[in-house]
Design a protein around this ligand. Structure first.
Ligand SMILES: [Zn+2]
Length: 330
């Protein structure tokens, strides 16, 4: 997945801060302990000296080189052991004076063997996700706190559907979808009235799929379309803030509450190009909406509707407005 340039800069800044922080903390620990335990400071000086001596010996060469290096190495190890001993006797962890990097693999440089470290790639993903996502609700929404007890267990409506049973199936489908998510997963259309848990399950899917390392963007539709519109009218040549490509390229795009935004010719065109583009590229999308077919057709036209109806798997939500029930029942 390609990211806007600013994400690379931001990710590097975060790594620089992590690295500086780890080094500052280690320096602070050294300053504190050296004044209390002078032997430690001497050990540290001796350790640097053996390192320097090894480098000088290697440069000078000579027939005894291997032996000299071996001796210095042993001396170095002995000094390190003594340092660990002193620290542990004083009640500190033996690596107390060493930098504790967030990523021990690249020591927070973001580079391993001249390639981007995994932590750098993860940061990029997270930044892209945050930039376009509204993650304000994600912390509370998990599959395991989705409460089926709020859904009636008596048959309702024309088809005598029992909401609790129907929603147990929806929940289990979503759990399965998230657990086995891949770029070959199908796109979903979550339909049903307000307060039936569509956002809760969308965010639960987002949480699980993100945890597996996929680039997920979750966004309410009004937020996405606002951003695309703002970008359209203030496009900078640098290619920064390229929401269109973030929304197009992420592994899973979740558009919540389609229909709640103010639709214009621009938003309809932008939405069509996203929906169609992602279908063509074979990237899964999840869209949720409170509106029925008739209203969606009125707002977005036949082109979008036929894509949604033909290429998305519909998941119907049943029940009564949970938010209202929760409020009434305390
Ligand atoms: Zn790393």
């Amino acid at each position: 997945m390609a990211y806007p340039k600013e994400f690379y800069q931001k990710a590097q800044e975060i790594l620089d801060q992590r690295r500086a922080k780890a080094q500052n903390i280690a320096a602070q620990h050294r300053a504190e302990l050296y004044s209390a335990m002078p032997e430690l400071e001497k050990l540290e000086r001796d350790l640097s000296a053996t390192g320097l001596a090894a480098a000088q010996a290697a440069l000078a060469g000579g027939p005894q080189l291997d032996k000299v290096i071996e001796n210095l190495k042993n001396k170095n190890l002995a000094l390190q052991r003594r340092r660990e001993e002193l620290l542990q006797q004083a009640g500190f962890p033996k690596d107390f004076l060493q930098e504790r990097y967030t990523c021990p693999i690249c020591q927070d440089t973001g580079v391993v063997e001249q390639r981007p470290c995994q932590c750098f790639t993860e940061l990029l993903r997270k930044l892209a996700y945050e930039k376009l996502s509204d993650t304000s609700g994600i912390d509370g929404c998990r599959f395991d706190n989705f409460q089926l007890r709020y859904y009636p267990d008596t048959p309702t409506g024309r088809f005598n559907i029992i909401p609790r049973q129907a929603m147990a199936k929806v929940l289990s489908f979503c759990q399965n979808y998230a657990a086995h998510f891949s770029l070959a997963s199908e796109s979903l259309l979550l339909c049903g009235g307000t307060g039936l848990g569509k956002t809760h399950l969308s965010l639960s899917i987002a949480y699980e799929v993100t945890k597996q390392g996929f680039g997920v963007v979750y966004t309410p539709s009004h937020r996405l379309l606002d951003k695309l519109q703002t970008q359209q009218f203030s496009r900078r040549e640098t290619g920064d803030d390229d929401y269109q490509s973030v929304a197009m390229d992420c592994d899973l795009l979740i558009i919540d509450d389609l229909g709640a935004e103010f639709s214009t010719n621009f938003t309809v065109a932008a939405l069509y190009s996203l929906i169609n583009g992602r279908l063509n590229e074979g990237r899964p999308t999840i869209i949720s909406t409170n509106y029925d077919e008739t209203i969606l057709r009125e707002r977005y036209g036949d082109r979008i509707l036929s894509r949604l109806l033909c290429a998305y798997r519909p998941l119907q939500f049943y029940g009564e407005d949970i938010r209202m029930l929760k409020r009434l029942n305390g």
